[in-house]
Design a protein around this ligand. Structure first.
Ligand code: S3P
Length: 449
């Protein structure tokens, strides 16, 4: 299941029949990574159902094994982890290779770095470009030594942890659940209280899972949109059961595909509706999308719903910067939806998009240019001038820069453009949504790989 570093494999999509049917997208990537990590840090057995078996999560599983966990796959999406407990990690014999995975590598820096072991982190060409200072700075304050790092605080880098970390209070410099989570995970091996302050609330899966595994976490409001999260260190985490809800960031692709493909009527089953993840749905509803939330229920501590999505006439809107944390991974696919809308969509304050698996602002802009969509980048804002329901498509293959979401966004676009769209490499789709192509085909999409 590992993604290839070799020859790129282009994939093309073209318009055809309306999309119809019911599908269930795979488990949430954020919760899947954390399931492995909490399993490692617990005493006893953790059983996971619905794990996303994408390359990113499998890398995290491999790293957890290298740090002492016993991990077995018991069936599709069903995994068993026997942990070693906080303080019990063993020193890995080899480099921890995270491939394309920003979340896995950053969270695990908090985990391994907070223990008295030496661990080396590396990844693919995309991960080697991504900023790690944002993680290293707070870890150093907690007593972690950065033994070596690539230029500018990048992987490959080596950490050496203290016997116990120092409890700190830290205000994150960017709205990032990865920074918050790395600090809280490092705070688990601290004798005192660790507090993370975020000016804008970001996805709260770490906080929820800390509680689920038995830690004490207090969350207070901070300013207008922010939160202060305080963790009592050195709890005894106990292995438990986890049901991973489906990933709204993956559901976003078939969802927008149905909205832009004439005649479509699709149901996406059991999509996680955590309010810190549903910014795309809020935005699309404002644009006039027909999305019905059906059969709302609780699955594994999260609200999920079946989403019925029908082809819709969309209208351009302004998406405020304050909504970015709740839809940070969804801007590429929103830009695609905006291309088919009537009028202009302005997405404000997208600076964090520049440090994702690729510079997503630049990659989206280049893809829109290939498809003949009128757009502008003004500072950190992306402005898309919609064509009122039709778009040309065609152009040269869209450069995906080792970024799964760029690949999927432009393949979705090609389902509704006049000319077919091609992406230069579909291999990275394996990192987060391995069943993307078969599921889209099940709905009737024409995708050729
Ligand atoms: C994630 C946080 C986000 C998101 C990523 C997953 C997480 O990153 O883009 O796909 O699981 O914590 P940032 O924390 O960098 O915004």
């Amino acid at each position: 299941m590992s993604h290839a570093h070799g020859t790129p494999s282009p994939v093309a999509s073209r318009s055809g029949t309306p999309l119809k049917g019911r599908i269930r997208v795979p488990g949430d990537k954020s919760i899947s990574h954390r399931s492995m990590i909490f399993g490692l840090l617990s005493i006893g057995e953790t059983r996971v159902e619905g794990l996303l078996e994408g390359d990113d999560v499998l890398r995290t599983a491999e790293a957890c094994r290298a740090l002492g966990a016993t991990i077995t796959r018991e069936g599709p999406g069903r995994w068993r982890i026997v942990g070693v407990g906080i303080g019990g990690l063993t020193e890995p014999k080899d480099i921890l290779d995270f491939g394309n995975a920003g979340t896995g590598s950053r969270l695990m820096m908090g985990v391994a770095g907070s223990h008295p072991i030496t661990s080396t982190f590396d990844g693919d060409a995309s991960l080697r470009k991504r900023p790690m200072r944002r993680i290293l700075d707070p870890l150093v304050q907690m007593g972690v030594t950065v033994v070596s790092e690539a230029e500018g605080g990048r992987v490959p880098l080596t950490l050496r942890g203290p016997r116990e970390t120092l409890p700190i209070t830290y205000e994150t410099p960017a709205a990032s659940a990865q920074i918050k989570s790395a600090i809280l995970l490092a705070g688990l091996n601290s004798p005192g209280k660790t507090t993370v302050i975020e000016r804008e609330a970001t996805r709260d899966h770490t906080e929820r899972m800390l509680r689920h595994f038995g830690a004490s976490v207090e969350v207070a409001h901070h300013g207008t949109d922010g939160r202060a999260i305080t963790l009592q260190g050195q709890p005894e985490l106990r292995g438990t059961d986890i049901v991973v809800p489906t990933d709204p960031s993956s559901a976003a692709f078939p969802l927008v595909a149905a909205l832009i493909t004439p005649g479509s009527d699709v149901v996406l089953e059991g999509v996680m509706m955590n309010p810190l993840r549903t910014g795309l749905i809020t935005t699309l509803l404002e644009m006039g999308a027909s999305i019905e939330r059906l059969n709302e229920r609780d699955e594994g501590g999260e609200t999920v719903a079946d989403l019925r999505v029908q082809h819709s006439r969309l209208t351009g809107v302004t998406v405020p910067h304050a909504r970015a944390p709740a839809m940070i991974d969804e801007y590429p696919i929103l830009a695609v939806a905006a291309s088919f809308a009537e009028g202009t969509t302005r997405m404000q304050g997208l600076h964090e998009l520049r440090v994702k698996e690729s510079d997503r602002l630049a990659a989206v802009a280049a893809g829109l240019a290939e498809a003949g969509v009128a757009y502008a980048v003004e500072g950190d804002d992306l402005i898309v001038h919609g064509s009122g329901g039709k778009a040309r498509g065609g152009g040269n293959p869209v450069a995906t820069h080792l970024d799964h979401r760029i690949a999927m966004a432009f393949l979705v676009m090609g389902l509704a453009t006049d000319e077919a769209m091609t992406v230069d490499d579909g291999a990275m789709i394996m990192t987060s949504f391995p069943s993307f192509i078969p599921l889209m085909r099940e709905l009737g999409a024409t995708i050729q790989d």
